[in-house]
Design a protein around this ligand. Structure first.
Ligand SMILES: [Zn+2]
Length: 92
């Protein structure tokens, strides 16, 4: 009796394994078929985000939050006249 039950369990497990293997093969085939289309936009998005990251944030006036012109910085904002002595420029 116990031996018979064990045989049944083994057969059930084999059937499940076969079923799972078949499903895996189907999924792998579907992935392989879908990858060429799926990969292109992803690469494009990665390049775009890399380009965005390359742009350095420019110092902004703490008073009006406008970007300060590059190069020599004066004591006050060229846009609103905010004095930089108290607060350092912020980077957004
Ligand atoms: Zn300002």
């Amino acid at each position: 009796m116990p031996r018979r039950r064990k045989n049944d369990e083994v057969l059930q497990l084999r059937a499940r394994i076969e079923d799972l293997e078949l499903r895996m093969k189907l999924l792998e085939a579907r992935m392989r078929a879908g990858l060429p289309q799926a990969r292109a936009p992803q690469r494009e998005a990665a390049q775009r985000s890399r380009a965005v990251r390359r742009q350095r944030p420019r110092a902004r006036c703490p008073g009006c939050l406008l970007e300060l012109p590059p190069g020599r910085k004066g004591d006050s904002c060229v846009w609103c006249g905010f004095r930089f002595e108290a607060v350092r420029p912020v980077y957004l």
